[in-house]
Design a protein around this ligand. Structure first.
Ligand SMILES: C[S@@+](CC[C@H](N)C(=O)[O-])C[C@H]1O[C@@H](n2cnc3c(N)ncnc32)[C@H](O)[C@@H]1O
Length: 281
């Protein structure tokens, strides 16, 4: 039998040999999940023996990581806005830069509250549920074209305690949606179709194509979003949409063509890339 410490250092070494970017961090997360440890247990008790079952579970996880599977896919969950989201095969892994949309919403609404929120292309439900965690008086609807993503989002909503405030539904953008909303959030698919094959294998092989494919010019979903926002925004409502790198001017053009006003410039993410575009009626 091996100790926790031995397994951790062996795991770091295996991931380092595989030339992964963050071997220490990845190994710690995988050891924590495979051995079912709390943060405190991961730090302390490092000379305790690990059962053969747990050790073989960890071995399986390390092999998957060495083959290039993202850590979030291996453990089946990802943190977003301080909440833990379960993933499914049809959901994107929530990205840290998408949190910029929530920051933009907090900045735009200040002490006010968006009472009715719509999340178009909800995936795991991370944007809607993250936003609702900030506004106790808000409620919302998350839609997605992928039925299995909607099931995952609904399960996340229940598990995180948003029953009664968050509803999830299958819909092609706002097709199955009625009424108007104070805030529409969306992180749409925005990768140029011809660029998809150039994406890193971690994305290309593990994120669902419906979450990536922005059509021939990367803007197909923004055209649908602009039309949906023109129909569904309340008079003082805001659309906050995520941008791909370099898309700000093109997306602003799509919004203006639909008769919407852009509150530029877009809010940058932590890497300084314009990321969250705020749009009004
Ligand atoms: C980039 S992912 C974003 C997922 C999630 N909001 C997030 O930020 O992690 C885009 C999402 O849009 C959904 N989608 C693609 N086309 C759609 C459509 N026509 N109607 C509704 N949702 C769509 C995809 O299934 C995917 O879940």
């Amino acid at each position: 039998m091996k100790t926790r410490n031995e397994l951790l250092s062996q795991s770091v070494e295996r991931l380092r040999m595989a030339k992964l970017d963050t071997p220490e961090l990845d190994a710690r997360v995988l050891v924590k999940y495979a051995l079912k440890l709390s943060d405190a247990e991961l730090i302390g008790g490092s000379d305790l023996n690990v059962s053969p079952d747990c050790a073989s579970g960890l071995e399986n996880m390390i092999c998957r990581r060495v083959r290039g599977e993202p850590v979030a896919r291996i453990i089946g969950r990802k943190e977003f806005w301080g909440l833990s989201f379960e993933l499914g095969l049809d959901t994107l892994v929530p990205r840290p830069e998408t949190e910029t949309l929530i920051e933009a919403a907090l900045a735009a609404f200040g002490r006010g509250t968006p009472r009715k929120v719509l999340d178009l292309g909800t995936g795991t439900g991370c944007l809607l549920l993250g936003l609702l965690s900030e506004y106790p008086e808000a409620s919302g609807l998350g839609v997605d074209i992928a039925p299995k993503a909607v099931e995952v989002a609904a399960a996340n909503g229940r598990r995180l305690g948003f029953d009664g405030r968050a509803e999830f539904r299958v819909s092609d953008w706002d097709e199955g949606v009625e009424g108007q909303f104070d805030l529409i959030l969306s992180n749409p698919p925005y990768i140029l179709r011809e660029d998809i094959e150039k994406l890193a294998p971690e994305v290309r092989l593990h994120d669902p194509i419906k979450a990536l494919d922005g059509g021939p010019d990367g803007l197909s979903a923004y055209r649908a979003l602009a039309a949906a926002a023109a129909r569904r925004l309340a008079p003082q409502g805001l659309l906050i949409a995520e941008l791909g790198a370099g898309q700000e001017a093109d997306v602003a053009g799509v919004m203006a063509k639909a008769g919407l006003k852009v509150d530029g410039p877009a809010r940058p993410d932590l890497a300084g890339i314009p990321r969250a575009l705020v749009v009004r009626r």
